[in-house]
Design a protein around this ligand. Structure first.
Ligand SMILES: Nc1nc2c(c(=O)[nH]1)N[C@H]1C(S)=C(S)[C@@H](COP(=O)(O)OP(=O)(O)OC[C@H]3O[C@@H](n4cnc5c(=O)[nH]c(N)nc54)[C@H](O)[C@@H]3O)O[C@H]1N2
Ligand SMILES: Nc1nc2c(c(=O)[nH]1)N[C@H]1C(S)=C(S)[C@@H](COP(=O)(O)OP(=O)(O)OC[C@H]3O[C@@H](n4cnc5c(=O)[nH]c(N)nc54)[C@H](O)[C@@H]3O)O[C@H]1N2
Ligand SMILES: [Mo]
Length: 822
C-alpha cells in the first residue's frame, strides 16, 4: 500500500479543492502585495497580541502589538511554533492500526511508526471509524475533548470538532475542567458561584484600599503572561504599582507558598513558608485564633452567613475528631510556628485585607478544602464586598481585576448542532452508562467501564469508551500518570488527534490529522481577555504549511462524507464567518454605545479599542442587600457549613471544611519515608502548558542538557550529590523521567518543581519506560480530589531523585513520527 506519487498529487489536489469552497473574500490588508521589505500584519495569541513582519511568504519578525505595554518573553517563541521539526506535515496513520483497525496490536502504540496518507484516505478512515463505532456500539463508545486551543472565534477548533462530530452522532460529554475542577465543585455551595471565571474587584480599588494583600498559592507575575483570549497584559501596570507600594510600605504583601515565587521576587514582598498541601491546618489555626481572641466579625456572620456553629464546634474540638485545632496543633502539620500563626491571624483582622488565591492548591487531593476554608476566613474577617477586602480566586488569571470595558465580545463558530436538527445517528442509548463524566475521569472510564462512582450528590456509571478524538488539547501532557494511560490505551480501539504539533498525544494515536496554526488563517478575537479591552483582527500571516489545513476545512470535508457540509458551515466560508461574527458584534455594541467601524476599516486598522471599564467591587451588591442580591447557594447566604453536602455523607468532603490527611505528603506525611520529595508541577513560566515546547530556539533558553529543568533547593541537591546542570533521574512507583537540575534558593528542603507541559518522550512504548525529556505527569497520581468534584490531584505527588549516571538516552519527544511504508 505504498503511497504512489499519483495518490500523493491527488492528496494535494483535494487540499486546494477544499480551500476553494464558497466565494473567497479578498482582504486588502491581509492580501497586501508582498514587497521586498515585507508587510506588518496584526494578530494575537494566548501569549499576547502581536505584529508580524511577513516577507516573501515567511514570517520574518515578531514584535508586540502597540497596545500591549507589558509584552512577555514568550512572544520570542512564536516564530518557532510555526517553523519547527515537530510540525505535523501530512495526515498519518499508525501502521498496525492501518492494517488491522480495531483489532490492531495496541502494545505498539507509542513506538511512533506511522504511514503517510492523503487527505482523502485519512478523512475516509476517520469517517469509517465514526460510523463503525456509532453503528456497533452507540454514543457511549465515543469521547472527544478539547482544551487550550489557539485564539480566534471563527476557527475555535474545539467548536469545529464538537459540531461536526455532534452532527454525526452523540458521545460521552464531560463536566468541569483541569484548571479549577475542585473550585467548581465546592464554591457554588459556599459562595453561590464557581468564582474562578468571574470578574474580580478592580486592581485600582485594591491598591487604594488594601493594607495587607495575601497571595495564597498564587504567582500572578508568572501566570498572567498568558490569557484565554489575545492577551494585552494590563494587569502588569497594577503589579508595578503594587511593587511601588510594597517598597514604600503602604501595602504589606505576604506570599503563602512553599516556594519563593516569581511574584514574590518581583514585588520584593514577604514569604510565609507553609508545608506543601497543609494550608488547611494553617487556616484552621487562624480560625481558632480569630475565634478565641474575639477578632472575628460576628455581625457580618449573623447577617450574611449560615453554619458558623457547626464549623466552630469542629475547630474547638467538640465534634468529629474531637481535636482542638489550636495553632500548636496546626504548627505540627503545616510547619509554621504557632506564634506566627497567631500573629498572622491578628494581622488579617487588624485592617483591610485582600486574600488572593491561586489555583494550584485546589489541584490536589481534597482540593475543595483550602478553597472553602479561604471563604470561611474571609467571612470571619467580614470584609467580603468591600473594596480591597474579602477573597478573590482569580486575580492571577486572564486579566481578571482589570475592569471590563462593558462592550460585547464577538460570538464564535457554533459548537452545537443547529436547533431542530438531529445527528445522523440520533441514538441516545448509553447502555445504562452516564452520558456525562467528570472531565478528569475519562481514563478511569476506559479502564473500568460499568463502574459506579459518586460525584457531586449523584452517581456516575462509567461508559465503555472505545474511540477518542482530541483536538485543541494534549491529553498526553494534560492528564496524570502516563503509565496508567498506557494501560488504558491498550483497551482503546481507536484514537484520532487533530493538531499541528507532533506531541505525545499524536504519538499514541492511530490517526493524526494536520491542522494549521492560528497564524495560517484569518480570524477575530477580543484582546485583554477578561477586560475585553478591544477587538483584534487576526491576519493570516502565511498559508498553511505542508499539507496542513484549517480545522474548519478538515471538518467541512468530514461532514461532506455524510452529505451535511453545507449545514455544517451554514454555507459560509472563513471570510463570510469573519464578517458575520464581526457585524453581529458591531450591532450589539452599537446598541450599547460602543462604536465599531465597517469591517474593512477594522480589518485594515487591525483593532478597535473599547476603552477602559469602570472600577468594580466583587460581592458589593450582596453586601448592600443580601436579600435582594442573594448568593446562588441553597440558602442565598454564605454557607460556612453546608447541609446539602452533609447529606451526601462523603468522608472526603464533609459538611464543613476540615483537614484530611493526603494519600501521600512530604515533610513527615504518608509515604515520605520512601519518597521524601514533594513534586509540584506548576504552570510553566515560559510556555502555555505544552504549547511552545516545540519552539526549538526558545526551548534552548531554558533546557538543561536538552531536558526540562527540575528545580530544587541546595540541601536536597547536596544530599544526593547533584550539582546545577547535572542530569537527574526523578522517580517513584508510578514512573521515571530524566530532567536537568537547576539548583535555586527559591526552593526549600523537600520541595522540587517540574513545570507541567514538558513533552513526554518515552524511551520506548513499554509501560514504565524512562521519559527522556521530563514530563511531570509521568510521576503524578490519577485520583479524584474527592467524591464532590472528582477533579485532578496533580499536585499530590511524592518522588525521589538521583544523579543520572551512564550514557543518557537521546530525547525522543520532538521531530515528528518515524515514517514507514506498509
Ligand atoms: N501535572 C499537572 N498537569 C496539569 C496541570 C498542572 O498544573 N499540573 N494543569 C492542568 C491545566 S490547569 C490545564 S488547563 C491543562 C492544559 O491542557 P491542554 O489544554 O491539553 O494543554 P495545551 O498544551 O495547551 O494543549 C493544547 C493542544 O492543542 C493544540 N492546538 C492549539 N490550537 C489548535 C488549533 O487551532 N487546532 C488544533 N487542531 N489543535 C490546536 C496544541 O498544539 C496543543 O497540542 O493541563 C492540566 N495538566
Ligand atoms: N506562564 C503561564 N501562565 C499560565 C499558564 C501557563 O501554562 N503558563 N496556564 C494558565 C492556566 S490554564 C491556569 S489553570 C493557571 C494556573 O494557575 P495556578 O494553578 O494558580 O498556578 P500554578 O503556577 O500551578 O501554581 C501557583 C502557585 O501555587 C503554589 N502552590 C502549589 N501547591 C501549593 C500548596 O499546597 N500550598 C501553597 N500555599 N502553595 C502552593 C506554587 O508554589 C505556585 O507558586 O495559569 C494560567 N497562566
Ligand atoms: Mo488551566
Amino acid at each position: 500500500m505504498a503511497i504512489t506519487r499519483r495518490q500523493f498529487m491527488q492528496g494535494l489536489a483535494s487540499v486546494s479543492a477544499g480551500a476553494m469552497l464558497g466565494p473567497g473574500l479578498l482582504m486588502r490588508a491581509a492580501e497586501a502585495a508582498v514587497s521586498a521589505e515585507g508587510s506588518w500584519k496584526t494578530t494575537g495569541s494566548h501569549w499576547g497580541a502581536i505584529k508580524a513582519l511577513v516577507k516573501g511568504g515567511k514570517v520574518a519578525e515578531i514584535k508586540p502589538f502597540e497596545q500591549d505595554k507589558y509584552p512577555t518573553e514568550m512572544i520570542k517563541g512564536v516564530m518557532g511554533v510555526i517553523y519547527n521539526p515537530s510540525r505535523i506535515r501530512y495526515p498519518m496513520a499508525r501502521i498496525d492500526w492501518l492494517k488491522n483497525r480495531e483489532n490492531s496490536d495496541r502494545t505498539q502504540r507509542g513506538d511512533n511508526r506511522f504511514v503517510r496518507l492523503t487527505w482523502d484516505e485519512a478523512l475516509d478512515l476517520f469517517y469509517e471509524e465514526l460510523e463503525r463505532v456509532q453503528t456497533t456500539h452507540g454514543p457511549a463508545a465515543l469521547h472527544h475533548s478539547t482544551g487550550w486551543r489557539q485564539t480566534g472565534q471563527v476557527h475555535s477548533c474545539g467548536n469545529h470538532m464538537a459540531r461536526a462530530l455532534g452532527m454525526h452522532g452523540n458521545s460521552v460529554a464531560t463536566i468541569g475542567d483541569y484548571s479549577t475542577g475542585a473550585a467548581q465543585g465546592i464554591l457554588p455551595y459556599v459562595l453561590g458561584s464557581t468564582e474562578v471565571y468571574s470578574q474580580g474587584t478592580s486592581w485600582p480599588l485594591i491598591l487604594d484600599n488594601s493594607k495587607t494583600i495575601i497571595l495564597w498559592a498564587n504567582d500572578p507575575v508568572k501566570n498572567l503572561q498568558v490569557g484565554w483570549n489575545c492577551e494585552t497584559h494590563e494587569s502588569y501596570e497594577y503589579l508595578e504599582q503594587l511593587k511601588g507600594k510594597v517598597a514604600d510600605g503602604s501595602i504589606r504583601v505576604i506570599s503563602v507558598d512553599p516556594v519563593r515565587s516569581k511574584t514574590q521576587n518581583y514585588l520584593g514582598c514577604e514569604q510565609l513558608y507553609v508545608n506543601p498541601m497543609t494550608d488547611v491546618p494553617f487556616m484552621l489555626g487562624i480560625a481558632h485564633t480569630l475565634y478565641s481572641e474575639n477578632l472575628y466579625d460576628k455581625k457580618f456572620i449573623e447577617t450574611y452567613a449560615l453554619g458558623f456553629k457547626d464549623f466552630i464546634d469542629y475547630v474547638m474540638g467538640e465534634t468529629d475528631d474531637k481535636v482542638e485545632k489550636t495553632p500548636a496543633w496546626a504548627s505540627a502539620i503545616c510547619g509554621i510556628d504557632e506564634d506566627k500563626i497567631r500573629e498572622f491571624a491578628r494581622l488579617l483582622a487588624s485592617d483591610r485585607t485582600q486574600l488572593l488565591f491561586g489555583w494550584a492548591v485546589q489541584r490536589q487531593q481534597h482540593g475543595e478544602q483550602p478553597y472553602w476554608m479561604g471563604a470561611v476566613i474571609a467571612t470571619m474577617l467580614g470584609q467580603i464586598g468591600l473594596p480591597g477586602g474579602g477573597i478573590s480566586y482569580a486575580h492571577h488569571y486572564s486579566s481578571i481585576g482589570v475592569s471590563a470595558s462593558g462592550a460585547s465580545a464577538p460570538g464564535a463558530f457554533p459548537r452545537n448542532i443547529d436547533a431542530g436538527k438531529e445527528p445522523k445517528h440520533p441514538s441516545m442509548d448509553y447502555k445504562g452508562a452516564s452520558s456525562t463524566i467528570p472531565i478528569a475521569r475519562w481514563v478511569d472510564s476506559i479502564l473500568s467501564p460499568g463502574e459506579k462512582i459518586e460525584y457531586n450528590g449523584s452517581e456516575v456509571t462509567y461508559p465503555e469508551i472505545r474511540m477518542v478524538v482530541f483536538s485543541g488539547c494534549n491529553p498526553w501532557h494534560r492528564h496524570q500518570d502516563r503509565n496508567r494511560m498506557k494501560k488504558a490505551y491498550r483497551k482503546l480501539e481507536t484514537a484520532v488527534t487533530i493538531d499541528f504539533a507532533w506531541n505525545a498525544t499524536c504519538r499514541f494515536s492511530d490517526l493524526v490529522l494536520p491542522a494549521c496554526t492560528q497564524f495560517e488563517r484569518n480570524d477575530i478575537d477580543i484582546y485583554g481577555s477578561y477586560s475585553n479591552r478591544g477587538l483584534l483582527a487576526m491576519h493570516k500571516l502565511v498559508d498553511p504549511l505542508f499539507h496542513s489545513r484549517t480545522d474548519f476545512d478538515i471538518f467541512t470535508e468530514l461532514c461532506r462524507r455524510f452529505g451535511r457540509h453545507e449545514e455544517y458551515r451554514r454555507s459560509m466560508d472563513e471570510g463570510q464567518w469573519l464578517r458575520h461574527l464581526y457585524n453581529a458584534c458591531r450591532d450589539e455594541n452599537q446598541k450599547a454605545g460602543f462604536k465599531m467601524p465597517e469591517f474593512e476599516e477594522f480589518w485594515e486598522a487591525g483593532y478597535v479599542d473599547f476603552g477602559a471599564g469602570k472600577p468594580w467591587v466583587r460581592h458589593a451588591d450582596f453586601r448592600e442587600d443580601p436579600e435582594l442580591n442573594a448568593l446562588g447557594t441553597p440558602s442565598g447566604f454564605i454557607e460556612i457549613s453546608s447541609r446539602k453536602i452533609g447529606r451526601y455523607g462523603y468522608d472526603d468532603c464533609k459538611a464543613y471544611p476540615s483537614w484530611m490527611e493526603k494519600a501521600e505528603r512530604s515533610h513527615g506525611g504518608p509515604g515520605s519515608d520512601k519518597f521524601p520529595l514533594w513534586l509540584q508541577s506548576v504552570h510553566p513560566d515560559n510556555r502555555l502548558h505544552s504549547q511552545m515546547c516545540e519552539s526549538e530556539e526558545f526551548r534552548a533558553t531554558y533546557t538543561v542538557q536538552g531536558r526540562e529543568p527540575v528545580f530544587m533547593g541546595p540541601e536536597d541537591a547536596k544530599a544526593r550529590g547533584i550539582a546545577d546542570g547535572d542530569l537527574v533521574r526523578v522517580f517513584n512507583d508510578r514512573g521515571q523521567l530524566l530532567a536537568g537540575a537547576v539548583v535555586s534558593d527559591n526552593f526549600p528542603p523537600g520541595v522540587i518543581r517540574i513545570q507541567e507541559g514538558a513533552w513526554y518522550g518515552p524511551e520506548d512504548a513499554s509501560i514504565g519506560s524512562l521519559d527522556t525529556y521530563g514530563d511531570p505527569n509521568t510521576l503524578t497520581m490519577d485520583i479524584g480530589t474527592s467524591r464532590l468534584s472528582q477533579a485532578t490531584s496533580a499536585n499530590t505527588c511524592l518522588v525521589d531523585m538521583e544523579k543520572f549516571k551512564g550514557a543518557a538516552p537521546a530525547v525522543t519527544s520532538f521531530g515528528g513520527p518515524i515514517e514507514v511504508e506498509v
